[in-house]
Write a protein that binds this ligand. Structure first.
Ligand code: UDP
Length: 405
């Protein structure tokens, strides 16, 4: 099958760790590769954000990335991309109408990609599958006035839920949110992300560490809602442990980074500065080394649409102490592969970390169960197979090309 994946802001070729480059980039790259592994021909459409990008770039066997000219060819915050989605969809229509490469199905990632895909799909007869990755309603609830999303986002997301052929939810919590938004349940499929258990495994090189000092690792883009500040506050009641933060800008730009400065000042005021190490962005291929070096992964988001880093840690045999939000409530089995604590509650987080770090038997049991769960339940191959079935259903619903819905 020919599959068009639309990922307007998140290129599968981008370096990760920046404010807008994280889980969606990994998800799209891994899924595209796994779908190609199932024999599909995949093209990933992402916005051209530099002048030196060729239109078509081969990414892997069976996967090509297409750079769509929409808006200025320079990096822009994702919250500024909405005005360019018309051009994005026009370009798709031109491409798909030409004889060269017309998809059997389009799979949109994030709401703005959905708008472009639905518009192009209407004109070309290509069915559309939508994965939101994050929902405007949830972001608004948690961030209030700090939410910089376009005002119309929530309305568009609701409309998309009815306009597309299928919505793919990634966790139970998202299914509940979608139902509340009015997305018909019979149009949803629950297909969680996966993890590459060959790359993320306990075997292999690890970053050097001090063997006498328990290591808590936390990973994420430098945005408030990831809860780094809650973790730093929690550190006070976890004596002796060091906290290693991976993510944010590349190491050579950390000094001038506002968010890193804020975390450092907080650590000084809570007297844990000597136990905080901010590493900065790490290339994707070096991530397993960091997970392997840790005794535990702490992840304290206020909300989390899915959360790949806990799964990656689990696949490396590292237990997770996380907040009981979003995808974490599916991936982390409380009391078996780690512990779940309430969000924005540094005390509960600190107590759970202290308990697991002080109890090697528990930590070993969690680590074994975490590894087992990641391997058994979360492969990209499984996700690609389940998606393949969804694509087959929706492309059977309409003729593949030509007809206008
Ligand atoms: N990541 C990375 N380098 C970094 C920080 C993060 O490669 O310095 C990767 C990480 O391994 C994971 C993704 O970025 O694959 C983050 O995904 P997650 O779902 O945890 O968070 P999101 O960015 O979607 O909020």
């Amino acid at each position: 099958m020919r599959i068009a994946m639309i990922s307007e802001h998140a290129s599968p070729l981008a370096a990760l760790g920046g404010v807008d480059a994280g889980g969606q980039n990994t998800h799209v790259a891994e899924l595209a590769t796994a779908l190609a592994g199932e024999g599909h021909d995949v093209r990933v459409y992402t916005r051209r954000d530099s002048t030196d990008q060729p239109v078509l770039v081969p990414m892997a066997d069976g996967v090509t990335v297409a750079h769509v000219p929409a808006g200025p060819p320079e990096p822009l915050p994702k919250d500024e991309l909405l005005p360019y989605m018309k051009d994005f969809s026009r370009w798709l229509v031109d491409q798909w109408r030409g004889d060269e490469w017309a998809p059997s199905v389009a799979h949109a990632h994030f709401w703005m990609s959905g708008l472009a895909a639905v518009t192009a799909g209407r004109q070309t007869g290509v069915p559309v599958v939508q994965t939101y990755h994050a929902l405007g309603t949830v972001k608004r609830r948690h961030q209030g006035a700090a939410d910089t999303s376009p005002a119309r986002r929530i309305g568009y997301e609701r409309a998309l839920g009815r306009a597309v052929d299928r919505v793919v939810a990634q966790c139970q919590d998202e299914v509940r949110e979608l139902v509340r938004m009015g997305v018909p349940r019979n149009r949803m499929a629950l297909i969680p992300s996966g993890v590459d258990s060959e790359r993320f495994s306990p075997e292999g090189a690890a970053e050097p560490r001090d063997p006498d000092r328990p290591r808590i690792l936390t990973v994420g883009r430098f945005v408030e809602r990831k809860g780094f500040a809650d973790l730093i506050r929690a550190l006070k009641i976890v004596p002796g442990a060091e906290c290693v933060v991976v993510g944010g800008p590349p190491p050579d730009r950390l000094d001038g980074d506002q968010f890193a400065g804020k975390l450092r000042r907080l650590a000084e005021s809570t007297k844990v500065a000597d136990r905080l190490r901010i590493v900065g962005a790490v290339p994707a291929n070096e991530m397993p080394r960091w997970y392997r070096s840790a005794d535990v992964l702490a992840t304290a988001p206020w909300y989390e649409p899915f959360g790949l880093t806990p799964l990656e840690a689990m696949a490396c045999g590292v237990p997770v102490i996380g907040t009981a939000v979003g995808g974490l409530t599916d991936t982390v089995v409380d009391g078996l592969t780690g512990d779940l604590v309430p969000p924005r509650d540094p005390r509960s987080l600190g107590m759970a970390l202290r308990r697991v770090l002080g109890d090697p038997v528990r930590r070993f049991a969690y680590a074994t169960a975490a590894l087992d769960r990641a391997r058994q339940c979360y492969s990209w191959k499984r996700a690609a197979e389940q998606l393949g079935a969804v694509y087959a259903t929706v492309s059977g619903l309409r003729p593949a090309t030509g007809a206008v819905a």
